[in-house]
Design a protein around this ligand. Structure first.
Ligand SMILES: [Zn+2]
Length: 172
């Protein structure tokens, strides 16, 4: 399966880092498009060379094997963690899409699986504490109950549980 996604860069103004600019001139070149832009914030002008190219992103696993990034696989893992949790429809899909976008925006041909795992953890943490702990327990492979306890405690310290309790799906 090949993902032919379009790779794009955020066009930041080199003067003030503002991400919004207007195109004042546009020319095709052999490898893409040369654009003259004007920053909407500081009005300075700068040139960008933009190209569209198909990109395949590879994930480097712990044992250094590489495999093509697969959003469905990411979704499967996240759905498992979110099973039977009261989440809005499409919330998990949205997170997977955001992560995919973020990964391609890194502009790298390969990404360690740990980077993806950390992104998922950060998103799930915001979404649902139980799903987060479930995912973390698999991903981090908690071998020591103290690690797990610390994770839960830091979670509870940062966000007061809405339903008054955190039920743990993990057996020590
Ligand atoms: Zn600017």
């Amino acid at each position: 399966m090949s993902h032919n996604l379009v790779w794009y860069y955020v066009m930041k103004c080199p003067f003030c880092s503002c991400e919004e600019s207007k195109v004042v001139d546009s020319r095709d070149t052999d490898s893409g498009v040369r654009r003259r832009r004007e920053c909407l914030k500081c009005a300075n002008r700068f040139t960008t060379y933009e190209r569209l190219q198909p990109v395949t992103l590879f994930v480097v696993k712990k044992d250094q094997r590489r495999e093509e990034f697969n959003k469905d696989k990411l979704l499967t893992g996240m759905r498992k963690a979110c099973e039977k949790r009261p989440l809005p429809t499409g919330a998990v899909e949205k997170v997977a899409e955001d992560i995919e976008t973020e990964l391609y925006a890194l502009g790298k041909p390969e990404v360690p699986s740990s980077v993806i795992g950390d992104m998922v953890m950060a998103q799930l943490r915001k979404l649902d504490s139980v799903a987060y702990i479930r995912f973390a327990s698999v991903y981090r492979d908690f071998t020591d109950i103290t690690d797990l306890k610390q994770e839960v405690e830091s979670l509870l310290a940062n966000q007061p549980p809405s339903d008054g309790q955190l039920t743990l799906p993990i057996k020590p």
